[in-house]
Design a protein around this ligand. Structure first.
Ligand code: NAD
Ligand SMILES: O=C(O)C(=O)C[C@@H](O)[C@H](O)[C@H](O)COP(=O)(O)O
Ligand code: ZN
Length: 366
């Protein structure tokens, strides 16, 4: 088993990664939960994995309740949050109890937020079942739901007690979802690790095809990168953690225009957003056109959208920029932007004018 520590003082925890771990989850959780029952929250598509988890908990002597929610981005909503909180209260969840999030980033973000506010905070465990959730969303404690005004606008930082990653559960994940998760894998290379980007160019196809060694290498590498960045800036105050937002200011605007629906998945929006961030950096003369082209080529080879046209979002540039004004990085009316001086050389630029971004997007749409 690989173990990656997330070092956050009294909020520290481990990310444990191993094939077959789901079937051993009961033994992993027993020391944490003691004799108290847990509540498992899953989405409707992970039924076979829910069976494995239920069985494993029972074998370890842990009783469990279950809440099964509809799949999709629409589940990160006030309505489902209310329904989930009522269900958890109905099961008599206490502050020291553990709620288990079994699913992708949607379930993890929702359960994390519900447990952040239930009785002013109770405990939760992440068992991520998508590639995206295994490499990104289950680690670091960003939790929340979407608001009418935009993506993840209601939320809290709330760290899980442990993250259990079983790469084998990805065998049932549809190919499109694997590709979307891969976008957040490549993101770590683009941020500050050119060697890892080169690894992705060489091994991405194997990873997408389900090669077990490539999966474990990518998951472990990504989790270690995220743990390092989150350990340096848990609450996104110094600018270090904001690096993880590469491609997201463009991406969240595209997702909003697609109605937070499966027209454009989060990972697809991140790929298109990273393509745009590199294109914009090249247009400003910050990075070479060759680097921006290399990024776009890798998205295309991986079956991901490489920019605005490929995202199929046709909104006017002004409307996309309007979405960006809700970005949580917005400070005193200006929006710090993740730009790049090259592959693996992302930085936070505080001098970007949204008028200039709007002209860039209008040009991209031509
Ligand atoms: N908190 C963070 O740091 C963070 C980081 C990245 C993304 N996110 C959020 O994560 C969400 C996207 O997460 P996602 O891509 O995992 O989407 P998701 O949770 O919607 O899961 C994708 C689809 O896969 C299905 N699924 C999940 N596991 C499966 C399995 N093993 N087999 C078959 N089907 C399975 C789900 O039912 C769903 O239909 C977005 O809301 C995004 O904002 C959060
Ligand atoms: O963990 C982080 O920090 C990230 O930015 C990871 C992103 O991949 C993720 O999509 C996150 O939810 C976006 O954060 P937001 O603050 O822009 O909502
Ligand atoms: Zn993301």
């Amino acid at each position: 088993m690989k173990v990656v520590p997330v070092s956050l003082g009294e909020r520290s925890y481990e990310v444990r990664i191993a094939g077959g771990l789901l079937a051993r989850a009961g033994d992993e959780l027993a020391p944490l939960v003691g004799t108290r029952p847990v509540v498992i929250v899953a989405d409707e598509h992970v039924a076979p994995h829910l069976d494995t988890l239920r069985h494993s908990l029972a074998q370890a002597g842990i009783a469990s309740h279950e809440v099964v929610l509809p799949s999709g981005e629409g589940t990160k909503s006030w309505a489902v949050l209310e329904r989930l909180c009522d269900a958890l209260l109905g099961f008599g969840v206490e502050r020291q109890d553990h709620v288990v999030a079994l699913g992708g980033g949607v379930i993890g973000d929702l359960v994390g937020f519900a447990t952040a506010i239930l009785k002013r905070g109770c405990r939760f465990v992440q068992i991520p079942t998508t590639l995206l959730a295994q490499v990104d969303s289950s680690v670091g404690g960003k939790t929340g739901i979407n608001a009418r005004a935009g993506k993840n606008l209601i939320g809290a930082f709330h760290q899980p007690r442990v993250v259990l990653i079983d790469p084998d559960v990805l065998d049932t994940l549809p190919a499109r979802q694997v590709r979307a998760g891969y976008a957040e894998v490549v993101k770590y290379g683009l941020i500050d690790d050119a060697n890892f980007f080169a690894w992705c160019e060489a091994n991405g196809a194997a990873l997408l095809a389900g090669n077990p060694e490539a999966r474990v290498y990518a998951i472990t590498h990504a989790v270690a990168a995220k743990a390092r960045i989150v350990g340096e800036d848990e609450f996104e105050t110094t600018g270090q953690r904001a690096l993880l937002n590469l491609g997201h200011t463009f991406g969240h605007a595209l997702e909003a225009e697609a109605g937070f629906s499966d027209r454009l998945l989060h990972g697809e929006a991140v790929a298109a957003g990273c393509g745009l961030a590199f294109d914009y950096s090249a247009a400003l003369g910050l990075c070479t056109r060759a680097d921006a082209d290399r990024v776009a080529a890798h998205w295309r080879e991986s079956g991901l959208p490489d920019g605005l046209a490929a995202s199929r979002v046709t909104a006017p540039a002004a409307r996309l920029v309007e979405h960006m004004r809700h970005d949580k990085k917005m400070t005193a009316g200006t929006l710090p932007f993740l730009l790049a001086r090259g592959i693996g050389q992302t930085y936070l630029d505080k001098t970007v004018s949204l008028d200039r971004v709007e002209r860039f997007l209008a040009d991209e749409a031509r």
